[in-house]
Design a protein around this ligand. Structure first.
Ligand SMILES: NC(=O)N[C@@H](CC(=O)O)C(=O)O
Ligand SMILES: [Zn+2]
Ligand SMILES: [Zn+2]
Length: 419
């Protein structure tokens, strides 16, 4: 099968270039073929390596009423993502090869984009119990994480890092010191104080990052911090990188675009970590600009309508993100002159692949044909009732945004097309 993608702006190592490319089976070719099966006019579109999200929650096995591998990957494809890494807060949690196999089976059957599962760090995926079967799972997991839970003791984290280092894998940490939580559910700041809510302090995140960076130095293990949300965490990671530690991190679109000033009495604004202060948001923006924050991951965390309908205090933590990430980031960062389009694509499509060793990247001869085709002129309101995800809860609902994914190719096959 040969498909001509005609005259698009394609994202190469040297930036955007306007030219024809061919998808020949599962690869890109810059040759000039005189015959082909199909031609798609891309004159007004960008062709980019598909976005890669190292942090999503697809809820199978265990919680299919919130999301399935099928609906999650369909949402990913719609958002322009060709690869995602799934967090292991599942039932059974992938803490042994046997449990992981249940998830792999569903992935093989239903996934429309590439899905790379995480294995857990601890056996019970609770940040406390003994280590999972890290070794047995090593060839089938992208890395290890207990996301949803912080690893609560330095001893357990050191043990995990030593094991991961021996296996040549990354520890991916949700940092949250449970002894500092005090029942909080939004940021411990001005909004919580004014509205009588219980707050989650910033220390609950950065204290554990600080601890882990010492362990990273001690063990030499590769260490990646999930969804960073505080200015202190940005400073710690910046310093650790200056010191040459093998550390990387991610933040999510909502922490770059929203802060506690945007909070409303609605479960759509509840996620963990919480939306923090405007000073935190500013520090995260600086971090994404200067590369201290390597990548943007959505932390796509779908829950049922009922689970998100109980206000700030009682709703489940988590919002969906795959179908809104590019439009909101393009609208609120690129269009406002905060980040260049090239840097945004680097943080969403190139860096995650480089850090996690996922195939694909800059468009070039012979590259795997995992692509998104973007229309920067398209505009409209965020409409959760049209999401392919089962999750509908997002703080961006109703916002006017610009930029849309038109088509997604995985291994050269079209897996999504805008109707
Ligand atoms: N981010 C969230 O608010 N929720 C996540 C867990 C997590 O990412 O820590 C979930 O699984 O729902
Ligand atoms: Zn988390
Ligand atoms: Zn998560």
């Amino acid at each position: 099968m040969k498909t001509l993608l005609k005259n698009g702006h394609i994202f190469t190592e040297k930036g955007f270039e306007k030219r024809d490319v061919f998808v020949v089976d599962d690869r890109l070719s810059f040759s000039d073929f005189s015959t082909y099966d199909e031609s798609i006019d891309c004159d007004s579109f960008l062709l980019i390596p598909g976005f890669t999200d190292v942090h999503v929650h697809f809820r199978e096995p265990g919680f299919f009423y919130k999301e399935t591998i099928k609906t999650g990957t369909q949402a990913a494809a719609r958002g322009g993502y060709t690869a995602v890494c799934t967090m292991p807060n599942l039932d059974p949690a992938p803490s042994s090869l046997e449990a992981l196999e249940k998830q792999l089976e569903i992935i093989r059957r239903d996934a429309v984009v590439k899905v790379y599962p995480y294995g857990t760090i601890t056996k019970e995926q609770n940040g406390r119990s003994e280590l999972s079967d890290m070794e047995a799972m090593k060839d089938f997991v992208i890395a290890y994480s207990d996301d949803g839970k912080g690893v609560q003791t330095a001893e357990r984290m050191e043990e995990a890092m030593r094991k991961a280092k021996a296996l040549g894998k990354i520890i991916v940490a949700h940092c949250e010191d449970e002894s500092l939580l005090e029942g909080g559910y939004i940021h411990k700041g001005a909004y919580a104080a004014a509205h009588g809510h219980k707050g989650i302090c910033s220390e609950s995140e950065w204290k554990q990052v600080e601890r882990d960076l010492d362990l990273c130095k001690k063990t030499g293990a590769r260490y990646h911090v999930c969804h960073i949300s505080t200015k202190e965490t940005v400073a710690l990671v910046r310093q650790a990188k200056e010191d040459g530690l093998p550390v990387t991190c991610e933040t999510a679109p909502h922490y770059l675009i929203l802060c506690e000033d945007d909070l409303r009495e609605d479960g759509r604004f509840k996620m963990n970590p919480p939306l923090r202060s405007s000073a935190d948001k500013a520090a995260l923006i600086e971090g994404i600009q200067d590369g201290t924050i390597d990548m943007i991951a959505t932390d796509h965390a779908p829950h049922s309508e009922e689970e998100k309908s109980r206000g700030l205090a009682d709703s489940a933590f988590g919002i969906v993100g795959l179908e809104t990430a590019f439009p909101v980031l393009y609208t609120f960062l690129v269009k406002k002159g905060i980040l260049s389009l090239e840097t945004l694509i680097e943080r969403m499509a190139i860096a995650p692949r480089r850090v996690f060793g996922i195939e694909g990247g800059y468009l070039k001869e012979g590259q795997i044909a995992d692509l998104a085709v973007l229309d920067l002129k398209a505009s409209g309101n965020v409409q959760p009732d049209r999401f392919l995800s089962k999750g509908r809860s997002t703080p961006f609902a109703g916002l006017e945004v610009q930029g849309e994914n038109v088509m997604t190719f995985v291994n050269g096959k079209q897996v999504y097309s805008r109707r």
